[in-house]
Design a binder for this molecule. Sequence first.
Ligand SMILES: *Cc1c(COP(=O)(O)O)cnc(C)c1O
Length: 390
Amino acid sequence: MRKEFLEFAPPLIGQAEIDEVVDTLRGGWLTTGERAKRFEACFRQRVGAEDALALSSATAAMHVALAALGIGAGDTVVTTTMTFASTVHVIEHQRARPVLVDVEPDTLNIDPGAAARAVRDHPDAKAIIPVHLYGHPADMDAIHDLANRHGIAVVEDAAHALPARYRERTIGAAPSIAAFSFYATKNLTTGEGGMLTGPPQVIEAARTWSLHGMSRDAFMRYTSDGSWKYDVVLPGFKYNMPDLQAAIGLRQLERLDQMQARRRAIVSMYDKAFSTLDAVQTPVTRPDVDSAWHIYLLRLRLERLSIGRDAFLDELRRRNIGASVHFIPVHRMSYYRERYGLRREDFPVAEREFERMLSLPLSPAHSDEDVADVIEAVTDVATKHRRRAA
Ligand SMILES: *Cc1c(COP(=O)(O)O)cnc(C)c1O
């Protein structure tokens, strides 16, 4: 058995990132400046976006996107229950009403049929936020059809989706509005951070919302070509990304292809090993998409096991494997459940899949031995707790 605890998703940080941060510290410009601008330009080019804005988190990116679109009190925004709570919080921050819908059984992404019913039932719907869960793109053709039919906006929660492709389009490329996360566990990290991509007019408005509502280029007001004069045109937030973090992002971006190749290699090892275990189910990939493989989802066939998901996770932990669950559906969270009177039976797919899902350790920092340890532990638990045929 493994001696040391295997972390779920450690970052892969090298000398290049360390040197770039040190250079930034020595350079004396710590907050948003030249490096943040360069990070925006490199990121925009990498995903083929029209424009990009570096921010303090993906949550901040989604929040300023909704603000830039003018979504506020009296509006409804439709999103999925199978996400991290902040996807829904940003709707509340804008005093709009979130309407949660169920997911598709294979990808666990927002069910376009359920989203269509929610839009039909809420004439004040102004936007839809699909989440590319685990890095597998949501059904964007169906979602764009729905949005176009009703003249509503689409803001993609792309926290897991760097880099991912849906048909011929890279997630983040025109004409989408997408929010990426550089949180410590994500595919590319700046410790904390995010990026909003979209059309220049949306990004320009979002930029103003993200920095105190100050007029354009107030970012540079302490440089030689800046001016002390500025106006405040709206009551904005404080969401800018400092150069210290952009320094990490610039170097991480150079490693992205290599990190993704390693993720895919680990996924192949898991897929191969678990295809012969009949008590578990490996992830599904639809044709015409490339997943970013942020999370490796393992689903238990509970009818073939004598233990449930929670006990399965405990058994893995006992074997020093740091597995997790993504996510506890938002309709189960007491704030949303109580505020909107949400009932579990209205989300049958999310409920059923939540009970049998777990996420295995996945990071380009993991070695082949780490991966072999995970495979051994999962195989051991699934075999020991296999339900005997009656
Ligand atoms: C991580 C995550 C977020 C939030 O990202 P932050 O950068 O931490 O704000 C939002 N949605 C999903 C699906 C996430 O996994």
